[in-house]
Design a protein. Structure first.
Length: 202
């Protein structure tokens, strides 16, 4: 049985970017990444790394707090949501925006707990929290497909489970069969690595 949760120590913003980039290289088409954590935990920093892993320039990514969604073209399309304004984003998803989730690209949703009722299954949940050393700890969890899931959902669940397999530097798997590209290089996310804090954002 493949693991359903992985944890990463992120001593600075560069490590957060590296984790995001590794995920961007590994996530399959249709993946949804639900991001949560307090203000300033590094959610947008991680999405910038995710964009890099998808072949999208990091500088193109900013938090879509005051828009419904940002779209970026890369290896797969990146759909970047921000549910900080829960009622607005919930209304958008309820009115048809939900069809964007689990489609042909990769969706990243900041403050996903505010719209949890709209998230498809399976998906990956990533929680970011501060550490006493000034860095961040990331917990990546697979939310499995429901009991009535079809073949497509089961296959997506299988591929998301591969992302959680052990990889380089304690980061996401570098050797998942369908996942192109290497994992993060040395100096990226690591298990229990102390270090100074970089600048993390929302």
């Amino acid at each position: 049985m493949k693991p359903e949760r992985a944890e990463f120590e992120l001593p600075d913003a560069e490590a957060t970017l590296a984790l995001g980039e590794a995920l961007g290289r590994l996530l399959p088409e249709g993946a949804v990444l639900a991001l949560d954590g307090e203000l300033g935990a590094g959610k947008t920093t991680l999405v910038r790394g995710l964009a890099c892993g998808l072949g999208i320039p990091e500088e193109e990514v900013s938090s879509p707090t005051y828009t419904l969604m940002h779209q970026h073209r890369g290896r797969l399309e990146l759909l970047h949501f921000d549910a900080w304004m829960a009622s607005r984003e919930g209304a958008f998803l309820a009115a048809g925006g939900r069809e964007w989730l689990g489609g042909g690209g990769v969706a990243a949703i900041e403050w996903a707990c505010n719209v949890s009722a709209f998230l498809p299954r399976p998906h990956l949940q990533l929680w970011l929290e501060p550490t006493p050393a000034g860095g961040r700890r990331a917990r990546l969890t697979l939310i499995e497909a429901g009991p009535g899931a079809g073949a497509r959902e089961r296959e997506l669940e299988r591929r998301l489970r591969l992302v959680l397999s052990p990889g380089l530097s304690g980061g996401p798997a570098a050797a998942a069969p369908e996942a192109p590209g290497p994992g993060p290089a040395a100096g990226g996310p690591a298990a229990s690595t102390p270090g100074g804090a970089g600048t993390q954002d929302a």
